[in-house]
Design a protein around this ligand. Structure first.
Ligand code: HEC
Ligand code: HEC
Length: 191
């Protein structure tokens, strides 16, 4: 019994050690606390666990092409992905602003979010849920190109929901949405 418990403790420590090491690697790109400091790299702190698990599996399987991420996820096991998503979703989100504030753009973005019913999936505080990402306090210079991509060339392995939602939405309106969302208050972590 004693020996078995010692083994269990050792294995747990080893497992978390491995997962922890990888989590450190992730934060080299995604920001020291999961809030990205780099243009076009998304923040991952306080993202819903299921969203992260799904995206990491899609990237590992090559269904969401990401040359930057692939080397870091290609050898992860499902259990490691689950552990990483759990750790990272518990990190608090912080606002990340990447352009000077424009009141007219903010107002337009808020209106569009309501009109286009973004909140029905991403929730009224844009905090995300389940497989749906947090948009509030995300980097503006990530949100804008990713929405253009959903509209113009949907990811091969991705959901078609976002392409449908953004169909016919102009570049100017996508800019307003990104501006507004990046400035919405950061939601609580741990979902
Ligand atoms: C070399 C830099 C780099 C490293 C290291 C890295 N990432 Fe990423 N990550 C990126 C980039 C760039 C993207 C955006 C990919 C795209 O264009 O679709 C991304 C996307 C993501 C996404 C999707 C986020 C979203 O909002 O769509 C998640 C989740 C993620 N990374 C988690 C991780 C985890 C967990 C690790 C560690 C195992 C990691 N990343 C390591 C650069 C990196
Ligand atoms: C029917 C549900 C639904 C609606 C409505 C919806 N989304 Fe999404 N959205 C998703 C899902 C699911 C994803 C995850 C992407 C995937 O799996 O392809 C996503 C992803 C995103 C992303 C990528 C974020 C990232 O970090 O990778 C952005 C940006 C986004 N949505 C913005 C919006 C905006 C703006 C609206 C309103 C115009 C909207 N969404 C409406 C379901 C929805």
């Amino acid at each position: 019994m004693q020996a078995r418990r010692r083994w269990a403790v050792l294995l747990t420590a080893l497992f978390f050690g491995v997962a922890h090491g990888k989590h450190e690697q992730c934060l080299a790109c995604h920001g020291p606390d999961g809030n990205s400091l780099t243009a076009r790299i998304p923040s991952i702190a306080a993202q819903p666990r299921l969203f992260m698990e799904n995206q990491l599996v899609l990237i590992r399987e090559g269904l969401r092409p990401s040359p930057e991420m692939f080397p870091f996820v290609k050898d992860l096991t499902d259990a490691e992905i689950v552990a990483l998503a759990k750790q990272i979703s518990a990190l608090p989100a912080k606002p990340t602003q990447s352009s000077p504030e424009d009141p007219a753009l903010l107002k337009r973005g808020a209106e569009l979010g309501r009109k286009l019913r973004c909140r029905s999936c991403h929730l009224p505080d844009y905090g995300g849920q389940n497989q749906i990402p947090r948009l509030a306090a995300q980097r503006e210079d990530w949100l804008e190109p990713v929405m253009q991509e959903f509209r113009d060339k949907p990811r091969p392995g991705g959901d078609t929901l976002m392409a449908a939602v953004l169909y016919g939405v102009s570049d100017a309106d996508i800019r307003a949405l990104a501006h507004f969302l990046s400035r919405s208050s950061a939601p609580a972590p741990g979902r």
